[in-house]
Ligand binder design. Structure first.
Ligand code: SF4
Length: 369
């Protein structure tokens, strides 16, 4: 099985039960997520063979394996010092930890596993310049089937989940949103992130009217007090339409949260927005003011990585992700399938536990190239 020079000749014989091609990823990019997922895919006592072309992995992997409770058995240099390399890792067992995570959405600290994000779809009536999901009217819808959402809710609730957030794209463009929310709201509180521009009439209005006012909150995007910044970022006339949508939903009895995405350099914009929200009667606890993330369509903004944001488990139709603002970032993909949710949360806990132990040692485990 092994070819080339083993630079840990003390390692005994082993046979891999799984293999992972890490390519050129380093431990600061996607490797630790995919590696943690692959280790979860084999049994305790089995061996994973990691293929890598990234030399820094040789320096980081021993520390990662020790912190994660695994054993690095062997490093095989197949290229005379220039790589690629193969690393044989024996899966150990690590005690589960309770992890507390910060929320990008409201600043509230919640244990991992209590809050779950679903991307209902990726198409949108708008095409905002900073959209982290790369949504637009022409985006591939990538709609989450209602039965997959229901299965995620079932598993999430069984695991102790407390809050569901549905985002997109514009969720009200998903024809199954009503059924999705109806099912979820029977089990836990639901927040729908919306631009509030598409439910004024017709079937989307009916969908909204049928939702449970006690269990469903709408989080509406409103980027500025007046139309200036909001319309520049989101399209002419969108500010006025968002305000109309807020009014329509409030008339129907819904609790409204407002979320603004601001440029960090505009120091007075938040003050002006807060004054406008005071006038609108939006409670302070129902305001989320956040910076632009350098993800998706945005080429500037807050850098998002494994160690710059705490995880917010996020499911899409085709995978699971570290954070809802990073669903176009291949380095923050946790799994290739949204379910089972238990696997997604376990991989995140493994990574968090290694981060915590590494930080306690003062060691920068995750390198970002
Ligand atoms: S930021 Fe929101 S409203 Fe704008 S394109 Fe993206 S999903 Fe649509």
């Amino acid at each position: 099985m092994t070819q080339g020079k083993d630079i840990r000749p003390d390692a005994g014989p082993w046979t891999p039960s799984g293999e992972l091609d890490g390519g050129t990823d380093d431990c600061g990019s996607g490797l630790l997520l995919s590696l943690s997922g692959a280790m979860r895919g084999i049994e305790v006592g089995q061996v994973l063979l990691l293929h890598t072309q990234e030399k820094s992995v040789l320096a980081d992997l021993p520390a990662w394996a020790r912190l994660a409770g695994h054993e690095l058995l062997s490093v095989i240099d197949a290229g005379g010092g220039a790589g690629p390399w193969k690393l044989a890792i024996l899966r150990g067992e690590r005690a589960a930890q309770s992890i507390v995570t910060e929320s990008f959405t409201s600043g509230t600290a919640v244990p991992l596993g209590q809050r779950l994000w679903l991307y209902s779809n990726f198409h949108c009536n708008l095409a905002c310049g900073y959209c982290c999901a790369q949504s637009s009217p022409s985006a591939r819808p990538r709609m989450l089937p209602v039965d997959v959402a229901a299965s995620a809710v079932d598993e999430f609730v069984a695991l102790g989940g407390r809050e569901l957030l549905i985002t997109g794209g514009e969720p009200f463009l998903h024809p199954g949103l009503g059924a999705m929310v109806d099912y979820a709201a029977q089990h836990l509180p639901v927040v729908i992130l919306t631009n509030a521009m598409v439910f004024a009439r017709g079937t989307r209005r009916s969908t909204l009217e049928a939702m449970d006012r006690e269990r469903v909150t709408l989080q509406v995007s409103l980027d500025s007090a007046g139309p200036g910044l909001h319309d520049r970022q989101r399209g002419a006339g969108s500010h006025a339409q968002a305000l109309r949508g807020i009014g329509q939903a409030r008339e129907l009895g819904f609790r409204i949260r407002v979320a603004a995405t601001l440029h960090e350099e505009d120091l007075t914009a938040a003050d002006r927005l807060n004054a406008a929200l005071d006038n609108l009667g939006i409670a302070e606890d129902d305001r989320v003011i956040r910076p632009i993330a350098a993800e998706g369509f945005a080429d500037t903004g807050v850098h998002i990585s494994l160690d710059s944001v705490q995880p917010e488990p996020t499911l899409t139709v085709d995978g699971a992700w570290w954070h809802p603002v990073a669903v176009t970032n291949p380095h923050l993909r946790v799994a290739d399938s949204p379910l089972p949710l238990r696997h997604v949360l376990n991989v995140m806990r493994d990574v968090l536990a290694v981060q915590a132990d590494g930080a306690a040692e003062g060691r920068a485990v995750f390198r970002c190239t």
